[in-house]
Design a protein around this ligand. Structure first.
Ligand code: AMP
Length: 412
């Protein structure tokens, strides 16, 4: 029997895995500068958590969840997103508020796989719990922006909108229903259901025919209450002050039910159909909704797989320094082991194979291990107190004095 991975999942091996670690390192550094600490929550949670938070009318909950029953007949779900677990953890563990957390990890959604869209995918997220100021909204948007700059991602634009709050949204809901009243037979089946459960969700529809109709729909921004309108204006002023360019997208409501006020998205022109690099928004009612005290909050989730597709790291990231020591006969093994110990002491990663093979075979092993350089040691090298250093990519070789090798490799 041939075993293959489940549809929509991927195996991530070098050089992509090097890129992934690099992206995560830059993310940790970036969010660390703003005081975020890492949080780990379970990959699966009680299904009820997502029904209550992500929302029963969202595509995620209606179509995409990996839900299963465990041996004690509990309904559990592989997390489709990170925020509900983090909020649950904060409430359950009575974590002091304000809190700033970040997470990195896999999420699961039953979607139709294509480039940039998988059933198992990774997200990098942050959550700011307990801060209401619009300044934080701009800071959160800035963090994602800074992160993309640090990765060398150039073509990233920012779209923002306000989705209002429970006070002003009913008014908009009414206006939207009124607008769609005579268009029900022109919209798709899914949108008809959205209309019944949560009309705002119609804007999530990917069908062109539906989107055309919604182009002339009323804008949620025009129905905002004074508090939401002032908040939105303050966010735009904050972004201007921080020199962050953005566009207002009145149709962007984001695919989750818990958002209030600010919603935003990072878009890459390099990605094609799946062009969203990530997004987020304010969720001022979720903590209370899940049984905690009334607590304002905001966060984002970025799609790591898509970031890896567009980020362009330097060559040293894709091929980190690894030195393969190659010896030509058993006599040079002890000398090679000593050298390996010395290099590792100097923090230089070394690969040494203990089964003597022909030079050509050892070079092909070095290649398979993604070594950046090889040191070749024969009788001659030992006698002359030198080493032959080979660049694995170009095949160029040079002779280095034995006592200068640590410096040479450190400087590479
Ligand atoms: P969301 O949690 O839906 O707001 O998504 C946030 C980001 O996660 C998106 O902008 C994508 O970059 C990424 N993402 C969402 N779903 C997938 C998926 N199925 N495959 C890969 N990336 C995804």
């Amino acid at each position: 029997m041939k075993y293959i991975r489940p549809k929509g999942t991927r195996d991530i091996s070098p050089p992509e895995s090097f890129k992934k670690s690099w992206v995560e390192e830059i993310f940790r550094k970036t969010v660390g500068k703003y005081g975020f600490c890492e949080i780990f929550t379970p990959i699966f949670e009680h299904t009820e958590l997502f029904l209550r938070s992500t929302g029963e009318s969202t595509d995620i909950v209606t179509k995409q969840m990996y839900t299963f029953t465990d041996q004690a007949q509990r309904s559990l779900t592989l997390r489709p997103e990170g925020t509900p677990g983090v909020v649950r953890a904060i409430i359950e563990n009575s974590i002091k508020i304000p809190a700033r957390f970040f997470y990195i990890g896999p999420m699961y959604r039953y979607e139709r796989p294509q480039k940039g869209r998988y059933r198992e995918f990774y997200q990098l997220g942050i959550e700011v719990i307990g801060e209401a100021s619009p300044e934080i909204d701009t800071e959160v948007i800035e963090i994602g922006y800074q992160f993309f700059i640090s990765l060398g991602i150039q073509n990233c634009s920012i779209e923002i909108n306000s989705v209002g709050c429970p006070e002003c949204r009913p008014k908009f809901r009414y206006e939207l229903l009124d607008f769609l009243a005579d268009k029900k037979d022109q919209i798709c089946y899914d949108c008809k259901i959205r209309l019944e459960k949560n009309p705002l969700r119609v804007f999530d529809c990917k069908k062109e025919t539906c989107q055309k109709i919604y182009q002339s729909a009323p804008k949620v921004r025009n129905s905002l209450c004074r508090d939401c309108a002032n908040h939105f204006t303050a966010v735009t002023i904050g972004l201007n002050e921080r020199n962050i360019k953005y566009t207002i997208n009145d149709r962007m409501v984001r695919g989750l039910d818990y958002y209030t006020k600010t919603a935003f998205e990072y878009i890459s022109s390099k990605l094609g159909a799946q062009d969203s690099l990530g997004g987020g928004g304010r969720y001022d009612n979720l903590v209370e909704e899940l049984g905690g005290p009334k607590t304002p909050a905001i966060g984002f989730a970025l799609g790591e797989d898509r970031i890896i597709l567009v980020a362009e790291p330097s060559k040293t990231i894709i091929q980190p320094k690894l030195i393969a020591i190659i010896y030509l006969s058993k006599k040079e093994l002890a000398y090679s082991k000593e050298l390996a110990t010395e290099l590792r002491k100097a923090e230089i990663p070394v690969y040494l194979n203990y089964e003597l093979k022909k030079l050509r075979t050892q070079l092909s092993y070095a290649d398979a291990l993604k070594a950046s350089h090889a040191i070749i040691i024969g009788e001659d090298e030992i006698a002359k107190r030198v080493l032959t250093l080979r660049d694995m990519a170009s095949g160029e070789q040079q002779t280095i004095a034995r006592n200068e090798i640590v410096k040479k490799l450190t400087d590479l």
